[in-house]
Design a protein around this ligand. Sequence first.
Ligand code: AHR
Length: 633
Amino acid sequence: NLVVDLNATGVKIQPTMYGIFFEDINFAADGGLYAEMVKNRSFEFLDSKMGWLEPNSNKLSLNNQSGYLSPIKYAGQNTNQTYARVEVKGPKYELINEGFRGMGVKKDAKYNLTINAKKFSGDITKIKIQFIDSLNNVLGETIILPKGKNWKSYETQLTASKTILKTKLKFTFEGTGEIDLDMISLFPVDTWKGRKKGLRKDLVQLLDDLNPGFLRFPGGCIVEGRTLARRYQWKKTIGNIEDRELLVNRWNTEFAHKPAPDYYQSFGLGFFEYFLLSEDLGAEPLPILSCGIACQFNTGELVPMEELDPYVQDALDLIEFANGSISTSWGKLRADMGHPEPFNVKYLGIGNEQWGEAYIERYEVFHKAIKAKYPEIVLVSGSGPFPDGDYFEYGWEELKKLNVEIVDEHYYRQPQWFRDNANRYDSYDRNGPKVFAGEYAAHPKDVEDGSKENNWETALSEAAFMTGLERNADVVNLTSYAPLMAHVDAFQWAPDMIWFNNLESYGTANYYVQKLYGNNSGTDLIAITRDGKAVTGQNDLYATAAKDMIKKEVIIKLVNTSNQPKSIIIDLTGYKLKSKGEIIVLSHPNLMGINSFEDPFTISPKETEYILKRNKAELSLQPYSFSILKFNL
Ligand code: AHR
């Protein structure tokens, strides 16, 4: 028998316990969540014509010398340097944008197109814009009539006549002469919350359904950059979209299962939008900033200590941007962008996967400066890899000496490791820093070949491991699976929690594990034991229990990792519960089972009523199952 003592242990489960890790990897932002459909919309890629095709001539020239659409500068640099000059000599000149692995359009859906243009010479009288399929069939069209020799923004709309996963956008010019083009942008009208130039609705909905306690952004390794010059700089990601300087994505080629030389960061999804998304999701924003060390394994470029100030200033300014009143300069910018109320940031991460002396001495400088001005901000520190290099949990002794508040640990390991480590945090120092299990995922053996499989074994093993996260909620305060999402035609890392193409998306089995934890976390830990001991995998059974004092529920999570059903009896002691309850089961008979675009709900939760008899629950756990029992208090 298992025994649940309904009297709380005194341990609070933090509202931040189950959150989201977001990184622009696998086309998660550009080509994914950020709903822009035109690739290289501003001709700023290193190869300025990338994404643009000229099927019948070669008259597109790029101009980065003489004049700019946007004169705004960042640190003395023009941030939007290049525009395209189209020379049209005959009636047939066509220019095509191929989108991010195509453009997905839905029948009868509307798409907002913006083109910035100015005539340079001659007289181009009309530009026709069409969705075309692979056979050049037209699936919707519109026109603009360019006027004048000054930059002007034209807005129009296309409606698609069919649902097609991979269309392209064709521009046909009438008249002869030269015309300059810049910031050519196409978005579905139907975005998350209907925001213009906003986020993909289906993807945000999947995130919202997780009920996340926090949103960590913008990564991951992209925080660090391959070089310091290519690190993520939040100040370059706010303000007018046109002024946000493009950056080569750190996942452009290296460490990639499928190199993506066309992978850039437009920063249309920048820090303001991340804060807004956190607010939409009801999640605490958790930004991570560069600590002055580039990626990776401590061979990364280091900013000299005497040049660290701008990095520290970035952190201080970020807090002012997020929380400052509108009478501060960064707070005013936030208000000018449409959000006078503060975003109330409480957490800030310094560095991603960094460690060792170089990290500690830099971290100390950040710590001192931030705590002096904003003592209430909770700082998250990085940690380093164990000698086998697979997981990041190293450097605790030094970090403890610095009184670090939260240490970010990362582990990508095989499923068995997760099943064996449900007791990982049982021995952690209760008086030391708290843990942010910031990136973890069970990886099947064959993942190195680029397989994207998020099979049931990985998800079930994570569910088992997570009982240990929850049982140790006094130490573990934040957790997140990683990476979050991946474009099926453009991923660099797998497995991932959510898969999408240009039109659809689905949650993996791992997604449903996260969703069940996120929606049934409880507020107060209670004890669940067998023979007086925590249930951490003995006989393939894992368990944790909690009360939700807001919803007035008891929540018992049980994971059976064996291939046999498991009969159990749970005695609920302490006081009498109402008999009517519910059981939610996530299971699949085959450990290799997966969800897919074709069958997105093969592994998804099933809910049924459950009746408790005199505070005793008798049940047979299905083979390979994760079950949640809930009773009203
Ligand atoms: O989640 C993918 C990568 O794994 C992250 O960018 C990095 O932090 C970790 O090494």
